[in-house]
Write a protein of this length. Sequence first.
Length: 237
Amino acid sequence: MPYLRRSAALVAAVLLVTGGLAGPVAAQSSATDTGDASLVVDLRTDGSATVTLVRGFDLTTDAERTAFERVRANESAQATMQARFADRMGSVARTLAAETGRETGVRDAGTTVTVEGDTGIVALSVDWDGLAVVDGDRLVLAEPFADGFAFDGAVSVRAPDGYGLVESTPVPAEESDEVATWPGDGLDGYRAVFAPDGTDRAGTADATTSTTSPGFGVLAGVVALLGLLALASARRR
C-alpha cells in the first residue's frame, strides 16, 4: 500500500517533532504526497496517550513553499486548526466516556508547523487521558477506533518504551519494534494489546464488523481545514 509507506514517513517526522523518537529522522520528499494524513497515537503506560493528526504538504516548488511559510507564520490560522481539533477530539472522548463508563478526556492541545526537506508538516495534538484500558501490565486499545472509525489515512500506534504489540485485530499493515500501522478505513472490530517486552505474542485475527460508533469521522473536517488554509495562503501569493 503506497499511501501507507508515504504515511510512515509522516509518522516518523511527527514523532520526531513531538519528541516521540530519539535520533535523526527525516521525511523524504519522494515518500510524501500533498494531502497525506496520518493519526499517530503515542501510548503511555498509564493508558493515556498523545494523539496527533499530521498532514504533509509537498514543497518542491517555490510557490508551494511560500504558501506553506504563510501558514507557518499565521498564528491565527494555527489557533483555529488547534481549537477545531481539540473540540472534535473532546467530543469523541465525551461520547466514549458516556458509552463505556470510563474516565476519559482530552487536554493540552498543541500545534507544530515544520519543514523537513521538501515536505511541510502540520501536526495537531492533544493529550488523551484514559484512551487505552490498563489490564494488569497490559494496555488494551480498542474504542473509539473499533466502531465506526472513518479516516482517509493511516493510523499508527507507538507502544511505550519497553512494550510491544502482542495481539491485534486486524493485522497491522506495517509493523516495527515501536510502531504498528493500520489503514484508517479498515478498523472495524479493532483491538490492539501491548505488553512488556518478552511477553508471548498471542497472534492476530481478522476484523469483525460492528455498528455502534462513538464517531471519528469528525477528523475529516479538520483534515479538510488544513488543506483549505494552505490553499487560501497559496491564492494570496
